[in-house]
Design a protein around this ligand. Sequence first.
Ligand code: UDP
Ligand code: MG
Length: 323
Amino acid sequence: MRVPNLYIIIPCYNEHEVLPITSKQFLDKLKQLIQADKILENSRILLVDDGSRDNTWEIICELAARDEHFAGIRQSRNYGHQNAVLAGLMEAKDRCDITISIDCDGQDDINAMDHMIELYQKGNEVVYGVRDNRDSDTFFKRFTAENFYKMMKWMGVESVFNHADYRLLSSKVLQSFSEFQEVNLFLRGMIPLVGYPSAAAYYARRERIAGESHYPLRKMLALAIDGITSLSVKPIRLITGVGIFAAIIGFLGILWSIFNVVFAQTVAGWASMTCMICFMGGVQLLSLGIIGEYIGKIYMETKHRPRYIISERTENMDVNAGG
Ligand code: UDP
Ligand code: MG
């Protein structure tokens, strides 16, 4: 059994409150894994500063100066969680055998990493970290998150239930994944598309150690819409379905009105007219909106803009220091 070297990829955005606490925990974990001969000594914790406005980058530099197991890259601005994880993964893919991506707020149980690595050794190239309960979440977060997964599935996006972005990926998967060039990122829906043998490692999720969630409802909804429109064309098909339905009703309406004109007395049907116009207007605007969402996606994709820009690196992440 070959011992792999591991890069733990951690996106950080305005995390000056938690980073000093959790970085210690990550380092302890890494050292423990090294001592147990589960991973190689040259494994690293790669902190990706996602354009933080506080002193997160300074903290990362300090950590890297103090212990060589820490490395950092800084994005030129805030690109969002998904892009930060992607930047870390792409940086790591030629330097390591496996990566584990995890949030920096201490919510995900780092002790699940042992099991993840075991599952990798058993031949899985992808190991999804799956939370086995949501007791630590507020009712609202639990309710919205669970329905998020259900809606995604219904909309034709295959994603692992209750799996966020805590996952192990081998460099083989990353090499294949780097050929996915889309700028609209929804990692948890895209990784299953890459294929390779996969497994799930279960863990309990805790509350955030400090600071606040950067995923308010607004961002969650944006992520859901992004996820659906990036990975599925089902909504457009749905529109076609609604369109056919409306057309049939419309056709029946025509028959009905002709019947009325010929055989019955016609009255000024103001109410029914208004209802019909409102209904059709609503359906049309909604449909246009959904189609517009896809056109917006196509627009963004055709620009081929970079998905992240790394502006600074700690010394051990120098472009030439790979290997
Ligand atoms: N994050 C990021 N860029 C952003 C927002 C968040 O890199 O624009 C990071 C953040 O530092 C954390 C992870 O993504 O490590 C998850 O964010 P958060 O804990 O706020 O989300 P939640 O766990 O509430 O879904
Ligand atoms: Mg969190």
